[in-house]
Every structure is written in structure tokens, then in C-alpha cells.
Write a protein that binds this ligand. Structure first.
Ligand code: HEC
Ligand code: HEC
Length: 253
């Protein structure tokens, strides 16, 4: 009689390792974050931003891996690397999978709570001079109409509180000195051997032939203010990020 239970047990165990019972649940992401900071943070950074181990916020590997594969990597470790096994209860491993998944999932999937209207007002006052949403706003920085679909929550937060850490493609800050002595500052929309498209903060786009240029420098520092983390309260930051994370034309049910 006893082994009648065996298949059930095996099925339950296997199921327990292939299907994430917490997928996308905000509370599980939060609990996973705490556990992660405790047991994985020493290598991957407390928020998965990287350190001794790789960043889990940008990796294609994480995005491509299934939940079951992440579960296996976390439980068994990755052989031949520093990544150690974490042989704990499946619930704990699933919490970690949920958190790790949230790091690279499009921000819109996190379904953040927050006051979107307050977030919109903060955006209009502090950001819209450089960023557009749905055709409204400036163009020195990237269009954010699809911010929630294009960026993970981690990248979105990082872009706001630490704009110099990673510069958005096609918006690399540039300073060009022309043959006539004039200096232009802005972002390089395009740069090759023959030409430079330089966009100034005023919105003026210069199409420059490289022969007009005496010198081009890439200071590596974003024109975006770097002190928003200090300027905004925690609640304001939450409202702003909730508002931006919902900017996606493809809605998630
Ligand atoms: C001693 C350092 C260390 C600790 C602790 C550690 N990791 Fe890792 N982890 C690594 C290294 C190094 C890699 C890269 C392995 C490789 O080269 O494929 C890695 C890879 C990973 C990957 C795959 C990333 C990818 O893009 O392929 C995931 C997911 C991951 N770790 C999650 C975790 C979780 C969750 C924990 C906590 C239970 C944890 N790690 C603890 C060092 C560590
Ligand atoms: C003075 C102009 C300016 C202001 C003001 C500004 N930004 Fe930016 N922002 C930029 C530029 C330029 C970039 C591209 C370079 C970089 O990555 O820092 C950028 C990049 C970003 C990115 C990354 C986008 C991507 O596609 O990777 C986000 C998100 C962002 N800004 C959000 C904000 C928010 C939110 C505010 C207001 C709180 C703000 N910015 C205020 C100029 C600005």
C-alpha cells in the first residue's frame, strides 16, 4: 500500500521544482529580497547589482533561463565556478528565484503600488524638460513612453538615483570643440568616422562633419542631475517609479 504514495510524492517533489508558486507576487519579491541580501548579497550585492559575483540585473542569462533552471542553479550551485549550492527548502529557493526574476523582468510586471498622479506631477516638474512621454516633453534624454517595458525595475531605479553608472545607448554625453573655437555640449545621438550628431540641451541638433571638429570628448558624466535620491522623499521616489514603471503600451494583465 505504501508505494501507492510514491508516485504522488515524486510528482509533488518534481512539481515543487518546476513551477514557481510565488511567480510575480510582490510580497514574495520583498521576502526574497531580504533572504537574498542575507545569503547571496556578499557576492552579488544586496540588490543583485553585482560585486564579487556577476550582476543579476542586466544578464541575458537570467532572462533566458526558465524558473526551473534558476531553481537548479541556486539549489545546486554552478559547478566549476564560485557560485555555491544553497541546499534549502524549496519555498526558500522559490523566494530567491522570484526576486532574481524580478531584477531583469520589465518593470511593468512588478505592478508597483504608489500614487501615479503624484508620480506624474514629479515627472513633469523634474524630468519632462529632458524626457518625453507620449510626445510630450524634451529630447535630451531617451523617450520614456515605453520605460516600463524596456527597463527592469532595478535599471529604472539605478538610472534615476545613479545616472552616471550606466549611460543609455545613443545618449552618450559629449563635448565638441569646433575648428572655429566654438564649444558644443550635449549628447551624441550618433558618432562615426565621418560625422557627429550632437543634441544640445536646448533641443538643437547639430549635424557635424568630423572635419569641422578640432576635438571631441566624452566626459562620461550624464547631464542628468545626480542628486534625485537626496531631493525626493522615499514616498516621492516610490510614486515616481510607480508612474514610470507603468509606462508601457503593451499592458500586462
Ligand atoms: C561565493 C560567491 C557567490 C555566492 C555566495 C552566490 N553566488 Fe551566484 N554566482 C556567483 C558567480 C561567480 C556566478 C557566475 C557563474 C558563472 O560563471 O557562470 C554566479 C551566478 C549566479 C546566477 C546565474 C547568473 C547568470 O547570469 O548566469 C544566479 C541566478 C545566481 N548566481 C544566484 C545566486 C543566489 C540566489 C545566491 C544566494 C543563494 C547566490 N547566487 C550566491 C557567485 C556567488
Ligand atoms: C538635464 C536633462 C535631464 C533631466 C532633468 C533628467 N534626465 Fe534622465 N536622462 C538624461 C540623459 C541625457 C540620459 C541619457 C544618459 C544617461 O543614461 O544618463 C538620461 C537617462 C535616463 C534614464 C535611462 C533611460 C534608458 O533608456 O536607459 C531614465 C530612466 C531617466 N533618465 C529618468 C529620469 C527621471 C525620472 C528624471 C526626473 C526625476 C530625469 N531622468 C531627469 C537627461 C535628463
Amino acid at each position: 500500500m505504501r508505494f501507492l504514495y510514491l508516485p504522488v510524492l515524486i510528482a509533488a517533489t518534481l512539481l515543487g521544482q518546476t513551477k514557481n508558486p510565488f511567480a510575480g507576487k510582490p510580497e514574495a519579491i520583498e521576502n526574497g529580497r531580504k533572504l537574498f541580501a542575507e545569503v547571496c548579497g556578499a557576492c552579488h550585492g544586496p540588490n543583485g547589482e553585482g560585486g564579487r559575483g556577476p550582476s543579476l540585473t542586466t544578464g541575458r542569462e537570467v532572462r533566458r533561463a526558465t524558473d526551473a533552471q534558476l531553481f537548479q542553479s541556486i539549489r545546486n550551485g554552478i559547478r566549476g565556478t564560485e557560485m555555491p549550492p544553497y541546499p534549502q527548502a524549496p519555498e526558500k529557493i522559490w523566494l530567491l528565484v522570484t526576486f532574481v526574476r524580478s531584477l531583469s523582468a520589465p518593470a511593468v510586471e512588478a505592478r508597483l503600488s504608489g500614487d501615479h498622479e503624484a508620480g506624474r506631477r514629479i515627472f513633469e516638474t523634474n524630468c519632462a524638460s529632458c524626457h518625453s512621454i507620449a510626445g510630450q516633453g524634451g529630447s535630451l534624454g531617451p523617450d520614456l513612453t515605453e520605460a516600463g517595458a524596456r527597463l527592469s525595475l532595478a535599471l529604472l531605479k539605478e538610472a534615476i538615483v545613479a545616472p552616471n553608472l550606466r549611460l543609455a545607448d545613443g545618449y552618450v554625453p559629449v563635448q565638441a570643440v569646433l575648428q572655429d573655437g566654438q564649444t558644443l555640449t550635449g549628447v551624441a545621438r550618433n558618432y562615426n568616422n565621418y560625422s557627429l550628431q550632437l543634441l544640445e540641451a536646448t533641443g538643437k541638433l547639430h549635424l557635424l562633419d568630423t572635419r569641422q571638429l578640432a576635438r571631441v570628448e566624452f566626459p562620461g558624466k550624464s547631464p542628468m542631475p545626480a542628486d534625485f535620491a537626496k531631493r525626493f522623499t522615499k514616498v516621492q521616489m516610490q510614486d515616481l517609479i510607480a508612474f514610470l514603471s507603468h509606462q508601457a503600451t503593451r499592458k500586462i494583465q
